[in-house]
Write a protein that binds this ligand. Structure first.
Ligand code: HEC
Length: 121
């Protein structure tokens, strides 16, 4: 009987791929842990952020503090947490009330601010 090479041709690359896959996954998550520690948004909050805050805070629309512009954010975070959250909820100059996110909770805003400021809030 002829040995079945075709099965090996399929199985060997598959086995290799799964090894490589797990390798790259684990190194990616290690990098994430180092870079963004506290600022990972959970999927749901990330979705809300992408549909609202991102509109202005990615490009700096209307002078919005940009995502990751640490200096700008650090200056703002010198205000009290309460004042900043009030500015988000009630609006502040060109920052619209609730940042266009009607379904956001205060805890969502806090996570989003930490995420954009690249640190803790
Ligand atoms: C229509 C554009 C726009 C959207 C959408 C938006 N922002 Fe803003 N945001 C701004 C602008 C402009 C400022 C700067 C206001 C200023 O300092 O005059 C700002 C400032 C802020 C500040 C700093 C407030 C302070 O006291 O200095 C926070 C925090 C903030 N935004 C959070 C958010 C969050 C969270 C979301 C989403 C839920 C969001 N923004 C959505 C435009 C926007």
């Amino acid at each position: 009987m002829k040995p079945n090479y075709s099965l090996a041709v399929i199985l060997i690359p598959l086995a290799l791929m799964s090894c490589l896959g797990s390798l790259s996954l684990s190194s990616a998550s290690a990098q994430n842990n180092a870079a963004v520690t506290t600022s990972i948004l959970d999927k749901q909050v990330m979705g809300k952020w992408a549909r609202s805050c991102a509109l202005c805070h990615v490009t700096g629309e209307a002078n919005a503090p940009k995502m990751g512009d640490t200096k700008n954010w650090n200056d703002r975070l010198k205000k009290s947490e309460e004042e900043i959250l009030q500015n988000v909820v009630y609006g502040y100059n060109s920052m619209p009330p609730l940042g266009y996110c009607m379904s956001c909770e205060i805890s969502d805003f806090k996570a989003m601010i930490a995420f954009m400021a690249g640190g803790e809030f």
